[in-house]
Design a protein around this ligand. Structure first.
Ligand code: DX5
Ligand code: ZN
Length: 215
């Protein structure tokens, strides 16, 4: 499968959100990566339902919503109503992860699980068959523009092996510090979806940067 690129809206200019959404619409990007932070699970607050609805209104590509939220079960229906297509919860934020994943799928959404840099991919062996996506955090969640953690390559390879052994259909998404120096190596290691915030939005020509990340 060809890899997907999901620019992170967190790095967009919120004063010109429609313009930046249209830039992504008109680029080779595949998904919109939408980071929701609650100030509890991570030491930052990003945005909530009104902003997601505004993104959905203009976006012509799926919304890949990454919930950095404690106890996300409380809000799954509202994220669907706001426009999520893929809904990813954190392994570390869910006490009954299996139940949460089934609830996401029952809403008709693709279900993802994200793991923090310290969380082993081996903890996913009993849930992997139920997942559409695993998001490997390659920085500690909470902020855009952080430095990529090198151990991520090892985690991608180990997860790729678990997916092969279990015949799971889960995609592997990598999120944090993806740039022009590491994206090829991430794809070679087995990543299917690359999130890029700072690399896209701080570049002089974001459309061309997205195009380069697709190659
Ligand atoms: C971090 C978020 C990321 C972030 C990535 O907590 O989950 O999606 O926006 O930003 P960059 O690509 O700048 O590291
Ligand atoms: Zn994210």
């Amino acid at each position: 499968m060809n890899h997907l690129i999901a620019p992170s809206v967190l790095s967009a200019d919120f004063g010109n959100l429609q313009r930046d959404i249209e830039m992504i619409n008109n680029s080779e990007a595949d998904w919109f990566h939408v980071d929701v932070m609650d100030g509890m699970f991570v030491p930052n607050i990003s945005f909530g339902f009104p902003v997601i609805k505004a993104i959905k209104k203009h976006a012509t590509k799926p919304l890949d919503v990454h919930l950095m939220v404690t106890d996300p079960d409380r809000y799954l229906t509202q994220f669907k109503e706001a426009g999520a297509d893929v809904l990813t919860v954190h392994f570390e934020a869910c006490i009954h992860l299996h139940r949460t994943v089934q609830a996401i799928k029952a809403l008709g959404l693709k279900a993802g699980v994200a793991i923090n840099p310290h969380t082993s991919v081996n903890l996913l062996t009993d849930i992997i068959s139920d997942l559409d996506l695993v998001l490997i955090m390659s920085v500690n969640p909470g902020f855009g523009g952080q430095k990529f953690i090198e151990n991520t390559y090892h985690k991608i390879a180990a997860l790729r092996e678990i997916i092969r052994a279990t015949k799971s259909k889960a995609m592997i998404e990598v999120d944090g510090g993806v740039d022009m120096n590491n994206y090829k190596k991430l794809i070679d290691a087995g990543a299917n979806v690359l999130v890029a915030g700072n690399t896209v939005f701080s570049s002089p020509d974001p459309v061309q940067t997205i195009s380069m990340l697709k190659k």
